[in-house]
Design a protein. Structure first.
Length: 649
């Protein structure tokens, strides 16, 4: 019955032709992604390289599932992405989990193409034009890279779930038969169940879906008892995905209402975390359409697309109610964070197609010819950049189209190397934060690596507060408290869990910036201090050097030609104190410069520039080897790259 409803207005031959056309595009999408994987392997020659730090988190969960032989406990603790990677690794005998994750990208991209095509064509008898627009939009660089090899993340299917669920909500509003309605409600609940298992911690999407169901059914003049029935079925099936479903959904909504979101915090703090930055409006055309010409002409395309989407949504009030969810990401992309662009790129391409089609029909062009002209127009926009050459004729010049960036960095790989060389790993804990936690959990034998996950999460705030304390005893206790495991079992014998802490140059570089947005304590205590990161300095003259756009004069102590206190601490290559010099004591801006030159005199080499208050913190003391042996034990010394300590318990 439901299938008859779907195809009642589509002649049989047209259905066959549409099926062949859509199948061809799906297979072509898979072929493109397979070529991306092969090019990725050619670039990195089988190296252990990912395109985002979170990849190692999902790979670690996949490894746990495989090692525990798909036990019920391991499956419930992993998300759907990790389970699928584990299944591919097991069934295809792919030992390298990164390769298993990469094999997911063609499948996920093809599924996303099908969801987008359904979303755009469901009202127009599944016209082939909507499918073609979906195909082209997925080849736009920003979206394509976030769904490409190495980028093993939930982004692979997030777009698929949001667009498919929205499309089925709209279809639900156009179905009159009660049995079909409840069948679709069950299908929607099952899809949202999978979405929650795929993207844990984001149960609040369910609230948006419920609003869309209620609004679209109300516009369809459905009885209230049937609306309540469909919503109840949807929520009950969705709730099976998480034992804390209702609390998580309510909590996340509350945090967005009562607190600033993580992306907003990052943008306001000035920290450069690519996907969480907010691009200026002149960059919008480049991201949405990969527009290579003057941004003003690109903004015209954006305006035309918004007009086209408005016409499309307002053509059916039920569509407006059911399809609003992808569109709420438009202001979020422009004003909250760039990461949300993956959700709106397809609708901007479709809006541009639709406005051209509407214009052509207004001047009395045949409907089919109008759609064909509109497709030619967006194909011309698509062909105006280098995507066709890079996506269909692969060359070395196209490397940037395959990967966002290379991860891990040498700092991270060195941390794993040092840990593997010097530490007792099994059943012990290494305190590391953000991407280090993910990478070390996957690439070492630590079973209990503390993974602080998000750089603005509660655990990271506690970690930063601990290492930025001046009191070693208090800092030591706070670091101990971060480890939730007091004991571990080795050979059925209860042993004290060893706790290690990694301190390296990268920490010195990042933490002064992150404290402004993450710390519970230092943000108020030092809010007037100027946080300066590890600086890549270039000598300008005998007395001056450029350090991250700061002009430092180390003879008279000025910073950007303004008075400042400039304290230089000379150290040898092992971190041993040699001498210090304080310049211009009447200044207002206090900086500490650690010189790690081989002779302790060349201050343009191995520079670390930090606020003065930070020079007395436990972080700097541990990095420089100035620690209390009663509290910390040095177990790995690779200064100036890194030092690793064991906490004396």
């Amino acid at each position: 019955m439901l299938l008859n409803k779907i195809s009642v207005n589509i002649p049989f031959l047209k259905r066959v032709a549409l099926f062949i056309f859509v199948g061809f595009l799906a297979l072509l999408m898979i072929k493109v992604k397979v070529d991306h994987i092969l090019l990725w392997d050619m670039i990195f020659l089988g190296q252990d390289v990912a395109a985002n730090p979170d990849a190692d988190y999902y790979l670690k969960l996949a490894r746990d599932v495989v090692e525990q032989q798909f036990s019920f406990k391991s499956i419930t603790q992993a998300n759907l992405l990790s389970i699928m990677i584990a299944l591919i690794s097991k069934s295809a005998h792919v030992k390298d989990l990164i390769w298993a994750g990469n094999l997911l990208t063609p499948i996920c991209c093809a599924l996303t193409f099908l969801a987008l095509g359904l979303f755009f064509s469901i009202k127009s008898n599944f016209s082939p034009w909507g499918w073609l627009v979906a195909f082209l939009s997925l080849l736009t660089s920003y979206l394509c890279l976030r769904m490409g090899p190495g980028y093993i993340d939930t982004d692979l299917l997030n777009v698929f779930f949001i667009y498919l669920i929205s499309a089925l909500i709209y279809f639900l509003a156009n179905v009159g038969d009660l049995k079909n309605k409840y069948f679709l409600a069950v299908l929607l609940g099952a899809l949202n169940f999978l979405f929650i298992r795929w993207y844990p911690g984001h149960e609040s999407f369910t609230i948006l879906f419920v609003i869309a169901i209620i609004a679209s059914q109300w516009c369809a003049k459905e009885k209230r008892k049937h609306i309540l029935g469909c919503v109840s079925v949807f929520i009950l099936l969705s709730a099976l995905a998480s034992i804390s479903f209702f609390g998580s959904a309510a909590g996340l909504v509350s945090s967005y209402i009562t607190e600033q979101s993580g992306a907003s915090l990052i943008a306001k703090s000035g920290i450069k975390v690519g996907e969480l930055q907010v691009s200026e409006f002149t960059k919008w055309p480049l991201i949405l359409f990969e527009w290579q010409y003057h941004w003003a002409f690109g903004l015209i395309l954006i305006i035309l697309s918004l007009i086209g989407n408005s016409f499309w949504l307002l053509s059916d009030i039920k569509k407006l109610c059911a399809y609003f969810i992808p569109f709420i990401f438009i202001p979020m992309s422009f004003f909250v964070g760039d990461r949300f662009y993956i959700y709106i790129i397809p609708i901007f391409w479709f809006g541009l197609f639709y406005v051209i089609k509407v214009y052509m029909t207004k001047i009395r062009v045949n409907t089919h010819m109008a759609a064909f002209i509109a497709i030619l127009f967006i194909s011309a926009v698509f062909s105006s950049h280098y995507s066709p050459r890079c996506f269909f004729v692969f060359e070395k010049t196209c490397h940037a189209k395959v990967t966002l960036f290379r991860f891990p960095t040498p700092d991270v790989t060195n941390a794993a190397k040092f840990a593997n060389e010097d530490l007792i790993q099994e059943n012990n804990t290494l305190l590391a934060w953000w991407d280090y936690g993910h990478y070390l959990a996957f690439h070492t034998k630590f079973n209990l690596v503390l993974n602080n996950g998000n750089q603005f999460g509660g655990t990271t705030r506690n970690f930063i507060d601990a290492v930025l304390l001046d009191d070693e005893v208090v800092a030591h206790q706070k670091l101990k408290d971060l480890n939730q495991y007091s004991y571990n079992t080795t050979n059925k014998e209860l042993k004290t869990n060893k706790i290690y802490i990694l301190v390296n140059r990268d920490f010195i570089y990042k933490i002064p910036s992150f404290y402004e947005a993450s710390s519970n304590v230092k943000i108020t205590m030092h809010k007037k201090e100027k946080a300066i990161n590890l600086l890549a300095c270039q000598k300008k003259s005998a007395d001056e050097m450029w350090c991250n756009k700061e002009l430092i004069n180390y003879r008279n102590g000025t910073v950007n030609q303004s008075p400042g206190i400039f304290k230089i601490i000379y150290l040898d290559h092992q971190g041993k104190f040699l001498s210090e010099k304080i310049l211009n004591k009447k200044g207002t801006s206090t900086l500490v410069h650690l010189s790690l030159g081989k002779d302790g005199k060349d201050i343009t080499q191995n520079n670390i520039m930090i606020p003065k208050w930070m020079s007395e913190t436990i972080l700097m003391k541990l990095y420089l080897g100035q620690f209390n042996p009663k509290l910390f034990k040095l177990v790995s010394n690779h200064f100036p790259d890194a030092r690793i300590y064991e906490l004396n318990l």
